[in-house]
Design a protein around this ligand. Structure first.
Ligand code: ZN
Length: 280
């Protein structure tokens, strides 16, 4: 997970012949192009479609950089979701020809709000949905070493059997109980919104429970923060710390409506089979 407290905007001029606007704005964070055209991105879909095709200018044509964007306490998090979390209509539309965001990006809400003031077409932080339990499970699951073997549905019967040889500071039986309770929590009500934020383990200062596996090459899994409620460890250096949600904001401003001007079938599933090009 990339942490970026200085995301940046960059204006660029689109080729004049078909451009819907004279000037578009890119959003970059941590070396990743999050959006190539803030003004034309589809921010309200889930997943969001922040990269637009640079020929027909439709996010639905590019089908790349797709991201789930969520709000934590004082943080905005972009991350690559799992395709199975979305309904069949999205699978059909994407048809296997798509790419999620390459890596999660964590941005302080204050930095995001600064960008929003500079570029009001960038959605305000409160426009994004609160994180739900499933999000936390996906983030946790996304960084598990292969030896952990907690695929969905989580195969906890007898876990951790086989290659797990030790854990600390909790022993394997205790670890198994905590992992089971985390999985039960996530699976019981996956759509329930959660309050909390990610903190670096070094800043939290507590102990992380680590499981060791006898595989080649050897693997270890930093699983959870000991003593924390739902203290999922993500990307080996971040731990989720439960907290109190900010008040919800009811702003319902919508995204730009580019469909009124551009044919959504021009490229994707279009008759000429033209494939879009994407900026890197
Ligand atoms: Zn296109």
């Amino acid at each position: 997970m990339i942490y970026c407290d200085s995301p940046s905007l960059q204006e660029w001029s689109a080729p004049p012949q078909h451009a819907p606007c004279a000037t578009l704005t890119q959003l970059r964070a941590g070396g990743i192009l999050l959006s190539n055209a803030i003004e034309l991105a589809d921010w309200d879909s889930n997943p969001a479609w922040p990269i637009v095709c640079d020929e027909c200018w439709l996010p639905s044509c590019s089908a790349c950089g797709l991201a789930r964007i969520i709000r934590l306490d004082g943080q905005i998090l972009w991350f690559p979701p799992r395709i199975e979390d979305f309904d069949e209509s999205l699978h059909d539309w994407l048809g296997g020809d798509w790419r999620f965001l390459s890596e999660a990006v964590l941005i302080p809400e204050s930095a995001w709000t600064d960008l929003h003031r500079l570029c009001p077409r960038l959605p305000a932080a409160h426009r994004f949905p609160r994180a739900v339990r499933r999000d936390l499970m996906r983030l946790w699951q996304g960084d598990m070493p292969s030896a952990v073997d907690l695929e969905r549905p989580y195969q906890l019967e007898g876990w951790p059997a086989g290659t797990a040889i030790a854990s600390e500071p909790l022993d394997l039986d205790e670890t198994s109980m905590v992992v089971r309770s985390l999985c039960d929590w996530g699976q019981a009500e996956p759509e329930v919104a959660i309050a909390g934020r990610f903190v670096r383990i070094e800043d939290w200062g507590g102990q992380v429970n680590t499981v060791y596996f006898d595989v080649q090459p050897p693997q270890e899994w930093r699983a959870f923060g000991v003593g924390l409620e739902n203290g999922f460890v993500v990307a080996t250096e971040w731990v989720f710390q439960s907290g109190t949600a900010d008040p919800e904001n009811s702003d319902t401003e919508g995204p730009p409506k580019i469909e009124e001007c551009y044919d959504p079938n021009r490229h994707r599933n279009g008759p000429n089979g033209v494939r879009p090009r994407f900026p890197r």
